[in-house]
Design a protein around this ligand. Structure first.
Ligand SMILES: *Cc1c(COP(=O)(O)O)cnc(C)c1O
Length: 524
C-alpha cells in the first residue's frame, strides 16, 4: 500500500501522474522510444509488400467488428496492447496507399522524409498561431513560404501561410477576393459590417470541371453556391478563354458582378491545366481577383521540364498548393500564397493574448493573423525536411516519372479496343471507359456501359485487386455543368512513383477480366 486514498489523493495533495507518460523526463523519453519501436514494427508488418492494395473487410464487416470495442473504457488496457490492436484492426483494414495498384485518388504514398518530419513535429507540438508557441517553427515556415513564393515566380511583397489543404486555401483566396471587392466597390469592411445588400449580385467564375470547393467556399462566404458560374472548357478540359469573355459579358448585362476568377492548375479528374496566362489577361481586363487552384498541379513548378505548363501562375493574386498530393507528404499539408501580402489587411484581427499590435510593432510574427485556423500544426516541417533531404530536383524526378508513366498508360489504353481513352494526360490522371463487347437485352448501350464501369470498379475494390476511381464525364465538354449528359468512366491517378507500366497493364487486365465476367453474367 502506498498510502493513497481511494480517490488517488494523498492527504489532500494532488497525485502526480506516472512520469513515463510525457517526454519531460528520461523515463518518458524511453517510453516514447519503446512505443515508437512497437509502432514501427506494427507499420512494417501491415504495410510492406502485400499481394493486394486492400486486404481488409467490407464496410459492414468493419462496422460490426470495430464498433464493438469500447472506445472510451473506464480503465485503460495499456499502450502496448492498444498498439497491437490498432495494427491488427485498423492498419490491416486500411487502403495500402503505397501499393503500386492503389491508383484511385490524389492520395499519395508518403515519403519517408515526410513521415519522419511528422513524428518530429508531433513530438515538439509547436503551434503556429503565436511566436511564443513556436519560435523556430514560425521562422522555418516563413522562410519556406518565401521560397515557395519564389518558386511560383512571385516578387517582393508576396506572403502566405500553411493550411490544412486545398479546401482551406481556396476558401482563403475567395474570402480575400470578396472582401477586397466589397471594400473597393462600396467602401465596406465585410469583416466588421457583414455583406452589403448588393452581395446577391456577386459572382465567381470557375471552369465546369473545377473543384467543388469553389462552390463550397461561395456557400460559406454567404454568396451561395449559385454564385459560382461554370465556364465551358475546350476538348482537353481546359477553360475556354473566349467562353469566359462571353460569360463575363452575359453576367454584366444581367446586372451581376463577377469579382473573382478561379483558374485550375490540375483538375481533379483530368489533371488538365487552364491556360493561366490567358486567364490572367482576362482577369486584368475584367478586373477580377485571379485565384489559381494548384492543389494538384502545383508540383510542376519543381520540374525544369514541365514548369512551362504553369506559365502565368506568377500573375495570380493567390495560389492554393497541396503538399499531401504530388509532393508526397503525409496528410495534411497545404499552403496558401498571396502575391500582394498587404491584402491580408482585409482579414486582420488582433487578440490581446495571441497577437497584440505591440508585437507587430516590435517586428514579432504571430502567424495567426494570416490563417483561418488558430491552433495550427507545424506541417511546414514536412516539405522542409523533404526538400532539404532530397533537393528540389530529387522531388521533381518523382513527379516527372509519374507523368511519363501516365503517358505510357494512356497509350496502352488507347491501343486496346476494350477501352475508350477519355483524356490525353497533362499530369498523371488517366480517364477511360470500358466498352462492352455485347449489348444488354434491356438497357440502352450507354446505360449498360455506365453500369459495367461502376460494377468493375466495385468488384476490383471488393476483391482488393486494385483501387481505381470512377467518375462521370460530360459527353460533350462544351455544355454547361447543369445540363450535361454524363458517362461513368474509370480513372487512374498514377501518383505512385513505384508503380510500373507492368503494374498498370496488370490492372487493365483485371478490369477486362471483371468486365467480361459481368457481361457474361448479365448479357447472357
Ligand atoms: C484536392 C483538391 C482540392 C481540395 O483540397 P484538400 O487538400 O482535399 O482540402 C481542391 N482543388 C483541387 C484541384 C484538388 O485536387
Amino acid at each position: 500500500m502506498n498510502g493513497l486514498e481511494s480517490d488517488g489523493r494523498l492527504g489532500g495533495e494532488p497525485r502526480r501522474p506516472a512520469r513515463d507518460r510525457f517526454l519531460w523526463s528520461a523515463a518518458g523519453s524511453r517510453a516514447y522510444e519503446e512505443a515508437m519501436d512497437r509502432a514501427c514494427d506494427a507499420i512494417r508488418r501491415t504495410t510492406v509488400r502485400s499481394d493486394r492494395p486492400y486486404a481488409g473487410g467490407s464496410y459492414d464487416d468493419l462496422s460490426g467488428e470495430l464498433s464493438e470495442v469500447d472506445a472510451i473504457p473506464d480503465r485503460g488496457v495499456g499502450l502496448d496492447a492498444t498498439i497491437e490492436w490498432v495494427a491488427d484492426n485498423v492498419l490491416s483494414n486500411s487502403a495500402l496507399v503505397s501499393d503500386p495498384r492503389c491508383v484511385a485518388h490524389l492520395q499519395c504514398p508518403p515519403l519517408v522524409s515526410g513521415l519522419v518530419a511528422e513524428a518530429m513535429l508531433s513530438a515538439a507540438n509547436q503551434s503556429l498561431d503565436s511566436w511564443d508557441q513556436s519560435p523556430a517553427a514560425t521562422v522555418v515556415e516563413e522562410s519556406l513560404v518565401s521560397e515557395l513564393c519564389d518558386l511560383f515566380g512571385y516578387g517582393v511583397g508576396a506572403d502566405g501561410v500553411f493550411t490544412s489543404g486545398g479546401t482551406q486555401s481556396n476558401l482563403m483566396g475567395l474570402l480575400l477576393a470578396r472582401d477586397r471587392h466589397v471594400h473597393e466597390t462600396w467602401g465596406r469592411w465585410v469583416q466588421d459590417e457583414g455583406l452589403p445588400p448588393e452581395a446577391d449580385s456577386l459572382r465567381v467564375l470557375c471552369s465546369s470541371v473545377g473543384h467543388f470547393t469553389a462552390k463550397q467556399a461561395a456557400a460559406q462566404l454567404g454568396l451561395g453556391e449559385d454564385a459560382v458560374v461554370s465556364v465551358p472548357t475546350d476538348d482537353e478540359f481546359r477553360m475556354d478563354p473566349a467562353a469566359l469573355d462571353e460569360t463575363v459579358a452575359r453576367l454584366r448585362d444581367d446586372g451581376s458582378r463577377p469579382f473573382a476568377l478561379v483558374g485550375t492548375a490540375g483538375t481533379t479528374d483530368f489533371g488538365s491545366v487552364d491556360p493561366l496566362s490567358e486567364l490572367a489577361d482576362r482577369a486584368d481586363a475584367h478586373d477580377l481577383w485571379f485565384h489559381v487552384d494548384a492543389a494538384y498541379g502545383g508540383a510542376l513548378a519543381l520540374s525544369d521540364e514541365h514548369r512551362g505548363v504553369l506559365a502565368g501562375i506568377d500573375r495570380a493574386d493567390s495560389i492554393a498548393v497541396d503538399f499531401h498530393k504530388l509532393f508526397y507528404q503525409p496528410i495534411s499539408c497545404g499552403a496558401f500564397l498571396l502575391r500582394d501580402g498587404s491584402n491580408y489587411r482585409y482579414v486582420a484581427r488582433n487578440a490581446a493574448y495571441l497577437n497584440p499590435e505591440s508585437d507587430e510593432e516590435a517586428g514579432v510574427s504571430n502567424l495567426v493573423s494570416k490563417s483561418l485556423q488558430t491552433t495550427r500544426r507545424f506541417d511546414a516541417l514536412k516539405p522542409f525536411v523533404t526538400f532539404r533531404a532530397l533537393g528540389r530536383k530529387g522531388v521533381a524526378e518523382l513527379v516527372e516519372y509519374t507523368l511519363d508513366l501516365a503517358d505510357d498508360a494512356a497509350d496502352l489504353i488507347d491501343r486496346d479496343p476494350a477501352f475508350e481513352l477519355v483524356n490525353e494526360p497533362t499530369l498523371n490522371a488517366v480517364v477511360f471507359r470500358y466498352e462492352p463487347f455485347r449489348s444488354h437485352p434491356d438497357l440502352a448501350d450507354d446505360e449498360w456501359a455506365d453500369r459495367l464501369n461502376r460494377e468493375i470498379r466495385d468488384r476490383l475494390l471488393e476483391r482488393g485487386v486494385a483501387i481505381v476511381a470512377r467518375t462521370e464525364v460530360a459527353r460533350t465538354s462544351r455544355q454547361i455543368a447543369d445540363e450535361i449528359v454524363t458517362d461513368v468512366c474509370l480513372k487512374f491517378t498514377l501518383l505512385n512513383p513505384q508503380t510500373t507500366i507492368d503494374d498498370v497493364a496488370d490492372v487493365l487486365t483485371s478490369v477486362k477480366r471483371y468486365g467480361a465476367a459481368v457481361e457474361s453474367e448479365v448479357a447472357g
